[in-house]
Design a protein around this ligand. Structure first.
Ligand code: MG
Length: 220
């Protein structure tokens, strides 16, 4: 799934950067026993970590503990650099629900050693992405319910109003560092309730007004 059909542009573009935000909900920072950040925590995933709706998340052999993190994903349409916050949402072409799958054991080891998270976050299939909805159909990205069910049981249930940094702020912030391009994806952080997945689990992610995402967990 390396091509995205951008709704307002009406054309397919290659998936670009996967920009991800850590600790954007205070309760999730608390459950990770981490401080609330003063500015956004940004990390990247490779485009090869994408998997589409109906696909499978593959548990890598290197990890014993892979967690689900349900997130609102903003899809960049028109690119830009140093985009002011007031203009930032003009650059969001679509939204989707995504999962930031995380090898929590590898991440914890990396944190202890002060090493990057690329391995813990970047395995193939560690960035499931649901179908896109045109951003014009989402009246307020900060007024959406966000939910994850594992085998039909609700595990995460949050609200985008609880983001510490809004989608507009995040787009603006990221664009100060990276030139944003059409097809870039921004995973905006997860609410609390993260936890492990097991082989055979079915993950269903829902956000108000956004098409749902369903993936199955398998061993690599
Ligand atoms: Mg995350």
């Amino acid at each position: 799934m390396m091509e995205l059909l951008l709704p307002s542009l009406g054309q397919g573009v290659k998936v670009g950067k996967l920009l991800c935000i850590g600790r954007n909900y205070a309760k999730h920072a608390a459950e990770m026993q981490s401080n609330v950040p003063e500015e956004p925590i940004v990390f990247l995933k490779p485009s090869t970590s994408l998997v589409g709706n109906g696909g499978a998340v593959l548990l890598p052999e290197r990890s014993r503990e892979v967690h689900h993190e349900v997130e609102l994903v903003a899809v960049i349409g028109v690119g830009g650099k140093r985009i002011p916050e007031e203009k930032a949402l003009d650059h969001v072409d679509a939204y989707a629900v995504g999962l930031d799958m995380t090898a929590r054991d590898l991440q914890a080891a990396a944190k202890r050693k002060g090493l990057p998270w690329s391995v813990a976050k970047g395995f193939d299939t560690f960035a499931p992405l649901g179908p896109l909805v045109d951003a014009r159909h989402i009246h307020d990205a900060q007024d959406l319910e966000i939910r994850l069910e594992v085998n039909g049981e609700v595990r995460q249930h949050g609200h985008t109003r609880d983001m510490m940094f809004s989608v507009a702020r995040l787009v603006s912030y990221c664009s100060e560092i990276f030139t944003l391009m059409p097809g870039d994806l921004l995973y905006t952080g997860t609410p609390d309730g993260v936890g492990p997945v097991r082989e055979g689990d079915v993950l269903e992610a829902h956000i108000t007004g956004v098409p749902s995402l369903r993936v199955r967990v398998r061993r690599e």
